[in-house]
Design a protein around this ligand. Structure first.
Ligand SMILES: *Cc1c(COP(=O)(O)O)cnc(C)c1O
Length: 245
């Protein structure tokens, strides 16, 4: 039996996947290389269960406690959880133990803590470095809005690269909010340029992943080279309004 909730999620999921395929056809990325992370922050367990029944198997969460509760309650072996929100260092242990990828690594301190816990657990955690390419105060990430300052990022990146239990896999950004995806596109382009810079300057790391694009602007992000898009409301419907501490 498919209920209404699962039916509508299934439909929107299919529509989004069609739009991803269309956008990929006009870009240099093959559609099959683009992974869709469905963002479940402040969505109920009921919604996540319906999403799993609809065939979704990669989820993104922003808040560690909320995510750990959901992961434990669902106890699903066939799904992957990605951490996409800012991580306080005291929550690093829970992140190392519950997630299969971190999109939001934004400091050397956090990298060292994650690496320590992953060493204990005995695995290697793929991470993306988050960059602030807009200069907007409210955004996390390594400061990367001025191209002249990109070389200054290198010592910290080399420190992260030297850690054995986390593995740099690419870059992530969360641009300022605009209703018009054409206003966001320059930030996606900038992250792509930064990727090219890092490929040349730090060739020993794997920079292949670009995590960028949300419900409003994922097609522009894919046209600019995204390999991971993070989409919530366009598939799951509106989030409950919650107070975020
Ligand atoms: C909430 C969130 C998303 C998804 O946003 P939607 O508008 O629901 O698609 C993507 N990335 C991050 C970092 C988020 O916090």
């Amino acid at each position: 039996m498919i209920n209404d909730l699962e039916y509508s999620i299934r439909e929107r999921y299919q529509q989004v996947r069609n739009r991803i395929a269309e956008a990929a056809a006009g870009s240099t990325n093959a559609a099959k290389a683009i992974r869709l992370v469905v963002v479940t922050k402040s969505q109920s367990l009921e919604v996540v269960r319906a999403a799993i029944s609809a065939g979704i198997n990669i989820f993104g969460e922003n808040y560690v406690e909320e995510a750990v509760e959901k992961i434990a309650a669902l106890n699903e072996s066939g799904v992957e959880w990605h951490m996409i929100g800012h991580i306080q260092s005291r929550k690093a242990e829970a992140v190392a133990g519950n997630f299969s990828m971190v999109h939001s690594l934004d400091s050397v301190k956090l990298a060292r803590r994650l690496n320590g816990f992953c060493t204990t657990i005995g695995g290697i955690l793929p991470v993306l470095l988050e960059f602030n390419v807009s200069g907007e105060d409210s955004k996390f990430g390594f400061a990367a809005w001025e191209e002249e300052h990109w070389p200054k990022l290198l010592p910290e990146i080399e420190e992260i690269l030297a850690l054995n239990h986390i593995e740099i896999s690419g870059l992530m950004t969360m641009p300022p909010y605009f209703n018009d995806p054409e206003k966001t596109r320059p930030y996606f382009r900038k992250l792509k340029q930064l990727q090219e810079f890092l490929k040349i300057r730090v060739p020993q790391a794997r920079w292949s992943e670009l995590s960028m694009g949300t419900s409003i602007d994922f097609t522009a992000a894919i046209q600019e080279g995204a390999t991971l898009v993070r989409i919530g409301e366009a598939i799951l419907g509106p989030r409950r309004k919650i107070e975020v501490s």
